[in-house]
Design a protein around this ligand. Structure first.
Ligand SMILES: [Zn+2]
Length: 135
């Protein structure tokens, strides 16, 4: 990969099931089998009770826009064709807040509380990244 290429995630032991699912265009979350809380992102422990008993469950993929920022500054040459882009906090209907980008909508039309649904960007033959779009 050249220094100008956009950096993409490299799945590791903890995140591999997540990225295997995104490749199938499915959004997975980890759910604690002890207390039932969802955890984001992939971890070895529950955020709420610290149990190590987590299992992967499919997300509804639906949520609402909690907040966002529009990035105009070019921090990496791989994003030269993307600026300005948004970084959003999405409240999933599953009961947790995650960070993603909203696509399919100009940043000027983003509105707090707007309904969103997951979509996927295939960034390589092996990797897809979850994004959100208006629904
Ligand atoms: Zn727990």
């Amino acid at each position: 990969m050249s220094e100008r290429a956009r950096p993409i995630p490299v799945p590791d032991e903890l995140s591999r099931p997540f990225y295997e699912a995104t490749k199938r265009h499915e959004l997975l979350l980890q759910r604690c089998t002890s207390c039932g809380a969802h955890t984001w992102a992939w971890k070895g422990r529950c955020d709420q009770c610290l149990s190590g008993e987590l299992r992967w469950v499919k997300s509804s993929g639906r949520g609402t826009l909690y907040s966002y920022a529009v990035v105009h500054q070019l921090y990496h040459p791989g994003f030269a064709e993307s600026v300005p882009y948004n970084v959003a906090q999405v409240d999933l209907d599953d009961g947790l807040r995650i960070i993603a980008s909203v696509v399919g909508c100009p940043s000027s039309e983003l509105a707090i509380g707007m309904p969103l649904e997951v979509t996927f960007e295939d960034v390589s033959d092996e990797l897809a990244i979850p994004r959100f779009r208006p629904r």
